[in-house]
Ligand binder design. Structure first.
Ligand code: UDP
Length: 264
């Protein structure tokens, strides 16, 4: 396995399956068994799940309601999905913890980074609910931020499309899929991978993203086994992200901190 610790982002919308709204039990169980399969191989798995199948903050504005209130409603929607996924995983005997960005103490632990890492080290699947706990963000931003905080090796964005295309493949039949692409190319070609806040977090912290089709059974495991699929977004070897900057050997800070003992 190429990765030790992954952050899997699932959209709320994908949970609807063929339905117009809510949670499709079959899709939910499929996701749970895919997660079980990779966790069983020893990969540490953290999950962020969206809430778009239930509520999105922008919908509140369309109704003339308060946006911030709507965003909190959206965050609660992600908690509902997270609880459903937790339950599905437990049905399959997977040990889980649900950590929430909003305090809902009867059903979730509060999000505490060190605790999240400890759970992962113990082999528990960690689900991050309620996004980052603040309005005006998305669960993609939560996925990027939590992945950086827990030092995940990669964000796996499971979608219904099998990667990033030159154009929208659902509209343009000539569109082709990138096997890999750099952060800079995504920006210059104005491709839509994640919202800009989420994407910038990954770019600035040199956190690779893989966009792949999560709805085909077995894909998550195949991807982690190194089968080429989806699109990898990376820094192209530039290594100018923060992770790199904090690496003492190559650090931009090195002139300030001086030579390391092994280099002296
Ligand atoms: N949300 C938020 N802050 C966060 C995460 C989510 O305000 O940190 C709200 C926002 O209103 C968003 C909704 O929760 O529209 C549901 O999340 P999202 O749209 O990201 O779900 P997805 O599109 O992945 O289903």
């Amino acid at each position: 396995m190429k990765y030790n610790r992954i952050l899997l982002k699932l959209s709320g919308e994908a949970l609807m399956g063929q339905q117009q709204y809510g949670i499709d039990a079959e899709r939910l169980m499929q996701y749970a068994s895919e997660i079980k399969a990779v966790a069983a191989t020893g990969v540490q798995v953290a999950v962020v799940i969206g809430g778009g199948n239930i509520y999105r903050g922008v919908e509140a504005e369309a109704f003339g309601l308060d946006r911030v209130q709507g965003d909190y409603m959206g965050m609660l929607a992600t908690v509902i999905n997270s609880m459903a996924l937790q339950s599905a995983l437990e049905k399959l005997d997977v040990s889980t913890r649900l950590l929430s960005g909003l305090t809902i103490q009867r059903v979730c632990e509060p999000y505490i980074r060190r605790r999240a890492v400890r759970h992962l080290e113990k082999g528990r699947v960690v689900i991050f609910g309620a996004g980052i706990g603040s309005p005006y963000f998305t669960t993609d931003s939560a996925a990027s931020l939590r992945a950086i905080e827990i030092e995940a090796d990669v964000v796996l964005k499971g979608t219904r499309v099998d990667g990033i295309y030159t154009a929208d493949p659902e509209k343009d039949p000539t569109a082709t899929r990138y096997a890999e692409i750099t952060f800079d190319e995504v920006l210059s070609k104005k491709l839509n991978v994640m919202d800009m806040t989420a994407f910038t977090l990954c770019k600035e912290n040199n956190l690779p993203i893989i966009v792949f089709d999560m709805n085909t059974a077995g894909n998550l495991e195949r991807l982690l086994n190194g089968e080429p699929m989806g699109t990898l977004v990376h820094d192209g070897g530039k290594g100018d992200g923060r992770k790199h900057a904090l690496d003492p050997i190559n650090s931009l800070l090195q002139p300030l901190v001086g030579k390391l003992p092994e280099q002296a």
